[in-house]
Design a protein around this ligand. Sequence first.
Ligand code: NAP
Ligand code: MG
Length: 476
Amino acid sequence: MEASLRRHDTIYVGGEWIKPSTTDTIEVINPATEQVIGVVPAGGPEDVDAAVAAARGAADEWAATPPDKRAAHLAELRDALNAHRRTAAMLITSELGAPVRIADRIHVGTPVQVLDSYVDLLATYEFQERIGHSLVLSEPVGIVGAIAPWNYPLHQAVAKVAAALAAGCTVVLKPAEETPLNAFLLAEAVHEAGLPAGVFNLVPGTGEVVGEALSAHESVDMVSFTGSTAVGKRIGEVAGAQIKRVSLELGGKSASVALPGGDLATAVKVTVANVMLNSGQTCSAWTRLLVPNDRMDEAADIARSVVARYTCGDPLDPETRMGPLVSEALRTRVRREISTGAPQGAELVAGGAEPPDGLDRGFYVRPTVFSHVRPDATIAVEEIFGPVLSIIGYADRDEALWIANGTEYGLSGAVWAADQDSAVAFARQMRTGQVDINGGKFNVLAPFGGFKRSGIGREFGRHGLEEFLEYKSLQL
Ligand code: NAP
Ligand code: MG
């Protein structure tokens, strides 16, 4: 065990740190060292009951709190989280393995920015409108069960919590087993910010116990989930049986489409960076790069030289761009996926299934690129959730579109073309929730979410707020 073991033996319910109903625990592993760095409670159904009761108890008053007062609370939370920025980044590096060079800026900076965006939105958002002779009220949906994954743990928790609280909902958060430590810090920030008791509650535990209990709870009005499509389907079934609202942010197999005439070198470079970010553990990663058939070899050469900059290493080293994967189980799965590439006709450009040199500890996988990948190959179809890029050739624009849309997912994408208009024209035909045009940047105010099996609903900005609203029409 490492010297700095973080041991939590309480959960956050009704504005207090209380003992959970069970003595079960979850060990948190540092995926770079494979050592136990933390222990947290594994809550039980009774803890979910207590947290939901606390959220219910706080709901009416929070819903009746005027938007400017809710904004003031969210501003306090933003500042409290920002004050713990270094600790939050350090925790995410330790429990996820995120390199320090992205931990602060992306893993902690983005959630602070998202909280700030909801403070701003509440200053202008109209919670009622006149439609003819009706007064239409936008009211909070009620008690929200927020179930978060481990890949951008704080970001994905805050995406739910900030929007739900802004809407006037109260929340019970269940973080992922792999990365609960940053969620305890978020709860501490909530406490320091002085949010009313019961507005935010934290129940760590397993998906099978706490996740199921939350999504099946009769007093939970909505489940907001980010994670795998398999678990999203399960949550949809459980919630559907109770006609409970769900918002699901699921997997992806997004396409980055380099159209003829576009800047191929930039397209390849940015796409490689996009896939390798966070060791490929990004639901919106552009894991398929589509290039004209006659430029396949050129694209592969560029990718080989770009990916050479991504060597695996200690996430604490400021130079490291590629940390480990989150768990041994994921590493095993990713390496198995990589090993399907060559037998199905793909050419290995860089990386591969063997462990990287010189690292005898840690769940590392080589940054891997395949060229000449068939659109129906396993590595072109399945969400790998590791640092693996598949370069796929196309004959013409129609085929590019057919391949881009040819998966069950539709979360994100990119188009690279000679001019913005032709890139936008192509993007309009893509069945996907987000498309970056010639390198357009992430926008925390724009709706984020999936078409097809990538999910239901949107997060961030006004659209993210509206996920948590019910409408009531008064005919005058
Ligand atoms: P996951 O199993 O879907 O986990 C996401 C969250 O759901 C975790 O908090 C998990 O708890 C919880 N959960 C699991 N089973 C549940 C159930 N029956 N009811 C309610 N909640 C439940 O995802 P994962 O195991 O972390 O990763 C598996 C794969 O999902 C990845 O390899 C990747 O393909 C995909 N993924 C996608 C995203 C995304 O952003 N779209 C994010 C993460 C993962 P536990 O922690 O206890 O399992
Ligand atoms: Mg899991």
